[in-house]
Design a protein. Structure first.
Length: 679
């Protein structure tokens, strides 16, 4: 974590008053150590201490401020506007002499602390490793980078200098950062450089950043979008990709337009002609640039595509795409153009391998409407004969196939009925449905013969083909984007716990058992996941949103009573009747607690005591929340954001999951001269 004019790397301004620090205090205990008992800040006679979850005092009230609900060995407290640490017995570890502390994930046992505009490094056991006189400190897993003025130094976490502060480092340079322990990226303006772990500048800032879109940004980092792998990284300079090491060596320079990690040690590159190939991270080209697309690996195989332009009479042009397969090592298994099939991007694109097989179609030249379809294995050999009209990928041991339709004048381009085959090619569920979906958890959705995709003409079946529900629904994944490609998404779409989701329209959701028995009619807009055997179900009545409770046996509790219900946790959920037109404040904003039988545990008259769990938030918009065994709450009547004295002038305390008030501080009358302004 870096301090620079009290601004984090994300640009959020750290407050000078530690009372505004989030009470989700960073874990600074030893790695993998079991969590200690959670302690909760509490107030008595205008002094703060910590209580246990049963309300007893763990540390008697004696401090100006205690900071954070915490289970760490060291506790943050404030005296005379300065911050220090105490142990869990209340003894001082570090005297209260700091104005701020960095937030985030630290190496065990150290953290950065500030005094005004200067920062230092301290051990959580009470030792000052660096006094608070430096401009910026960034912590790495085993060292700290320290800037003072225009120079940088490197220190280990025991407080010993690896390299004294003598590296030229203008303030315009960002501090080093990397997951690689041997070298650290840093940036100046829009250019990236590289620093060794002992402080040697391996590359001056000269590499440019890769342009990332939202999807790529989840996996790609600086500077070319790829961090170090096996001591090597790709970096961009003057439009070329450089392959460099974390020792500062250049292994090669390549005139690529783009580069992506593909699989293992292989990277997919795009050359100056927009063709793609594969290169290893030692610089060896494994597959020359010949493809227009190289898809991700699935079961050791990947789909590749080639594009060609066909000239037609009258100067017209047509684009022809062909598809094939390569192995995860880059070997050609099926040459593009030998087969086509039911891929995810287009009607004729090949599909990824699933359960050892891939569906393929073999079309007669110029005839894209009447293919012969079957399956191939990972050696590219036909495993299930090409005798169907259409084939689709395997899922749950079964695959969807469409039979051919015989006509007096030959084969019709119109599709026939659909059924399912197993891995041997046997038709185990007869082809008698108008359309079908993949199996998941031994269930699939099928459309009756003559039905329509846009009408509720669907039913759920089991692996024997037995129809379990009426043909009166839509498949739950009807409006999802290729959910069969993502098992997690398909699980959330089709199932809620052990119950099957029923859909009769965009806003009609119900539930059935795995055997097809309807236990909740499709009348809810949404039914959320079950917790503690209860789910919240949302519906609209008379222009208002209501949230009911649904039990796993289908019983509906508290219908049209509450507008919002949180997830259940340890048998309790927060409920409210608040409403809003989204233009003004909430009406009836108070919250209470109910149990899994919808019995009221805590009356609807509380608000989150946000100065305990989120002191930076000026107001309360969400429900109260539990932190371990207790939730901090305040009386909602007359509640408003009042600044640093909020916890004193309002009645507040802690409640447990049974709705019992464990500790309570009554409201106090403000004294003359007390601060009233909001922060």
């Amino acid at each position: 974590m870096s301090f620079r004019k009290h601004r984090s790397r994300s640009g959020l301004l750290f407050p000078l008053a530690l009372a505004l620090i989030s009470t989700l205090v960073p874990t600074i205990a030893e790695e993998k150590a079991p969590p200690l008992e959670k302690l909760y800040p509490f107030l008595k006679d205008r002094k703060w201490g910590f209580i246990r979850s049963d309300g007893s005092w763990a540390i008697l009230p004696q401090f100006e401020k205690t900071i954070g609900i915490t289970d760490t060995p060291e506790l943050l407290v404030m005296e005379k506007g300065k911050v220090g640490w105490i142990d869990r017995q209340g003894h001082w570890l570090i005297a209260p002499e700091f104005t701020n502390i960095s937030m985030g994930t630290y190496p065990p046992g150290v953290t950065v602390a500030a005094n005004g505009k200067r920062v230092g490094l301290i051990s959580t056991k009470g030792k000052v490793l660096l006094p608070g006189k430096y401009d910026e400190i960034t912590l790495a897993p085993d060292r700290a980078f320290v800037r003072k003025g225009d120079e940088l130094g490197v220190m280990n976490l025991s407080g010993e200098w690896i390299r004294p502060i003598d590296i030229s480092w203008p303030p315009s340079r960002e501090m080093p950062a990397s997951e690689n322990p041997e070298a650290f990226w840093f940036r100046q303006g829009k250019k990236w450089g590289l620093l060794s772990k002992d402080g040697k500048i391996l590359f001056d800032p000269k590499f440019t950043a890769h342009e990332m879109n939202r999807h790529e940004a989840e996996d790609w980092s600086h500077p070319a979008g790829l961090d170090f792998m096996d001591g090597r990284a790709w970096a961009i300079r003057s439009g070329d990709y450089w392959l460099i090491t974390d020792q500062g060596k250049v292994l090669g320079k390549f005139a690529f337009r783009d580069l992506r990690h593909w699989h293992g040690s292989l990277f997919a590159f795009t050359d100056t002609n927009s063709r793609k190939g594969l290169i290893r991270n030692d610089g060896t080209v494994v597959v020359p640039a010949r493809f227009d697309e190289i898809m991700p690996v699935s079961e050791g195989m990947a789909v590749v595509s080639e594009k060609s332009v066909i000239d037609r009479p009258k100067g017209e042009h047509a684009t022809n795409w062909t598809y094939g397969y390569i192995s995860e090592e880059g070997a050609i298994v099926v040459e593009p153009g030998k087969f086509n099939g039911p891929g995810v991007r287009g009607q004729l694109e090949l599909a990824p391998f699933c359960e050892g097989l891939a569906p393929v179609w073999l079309n007669a030249p110029g005839d894209t409407y009447n293919p012969s379809a079957g399956y191939i294995d990972r050696q590219g050999q036909i495993a299930i004969p090409l005798k169907y009209y259409r084939t689709r990928p395997f899922s749950n041991g079964l695959a969807e196939v469409c039979l051919r339709v015989e006509q007096p004048n030959g084969l019709s381009p119109k599709p026939g009925l659909w059924g399912y085959v197993d891995g041997s090619g046997a038709l185990v569920i007869p082809a008698e449905f108008g359309w079908i979906t993949p199996f998941f958890r031994d269930r699939a959705w099928v459309m009756k013969s003559g039905g329509s995709w846009d009408k509720p003409d669907w039913a759920m079946i089991d692996r024997t083909g037995k129809v379990l529900t009426d043909f009166a629904y839509f498949p739950p994944e009807k409006h999802s984007s290729n959910p069969s490609d993502d098992p997690d998404l398909l699980a959330k779409t089709r199932w809620n716990g052990n119950l099957a989701v029923l859909k009769q329209g965009d806003f009609k959701t119900g539930l059935a058992t795995a055997d097809g028995k309807v236990i909740v009619e499709p009348e809810f807009v949404n039914i959320r996941p079950f917790h503690d055997g209860v789910a919240s179900a949302v519906q609209m009545k008379s222009s208002l949103w209501f949230t009911s409770l649904v039990k796993e046996d289908g019983r509906i509790l508290a219908p049209e009573v509450y507008t919002e219900v949180s997830e259940f946790e340890n048998g309790a959920a927060w409920v409210t009747k608040r409403t809003t037109d989204h233009r003004g404040p909430y009406q009836n904003p108070a919250w209470g607690l109910v149990n899994t039988r919808a019995e009221v545990l805590l009356a609807l008259k509380y608000a989150p005591a946000h100065w305990i769990h989120s002191p930076n938030i000026p107001g309360y918009t969400g429900e109260p929340g539990f932190y371990g065994d207790l939730a901090p709450v305040a009386l909602a009547e007359g509640f408003q954001y009042q600044g640093k004295d909020l916890e004193i002038i309002h009645a507040w305390g802690y409640v447990d999951h049974h709705g019992k008030i464990i500790a309570w501080h009554p409201a106090e009358q403000k004294k003359p001269g007390d601060a009233t302004e909001a922060n």
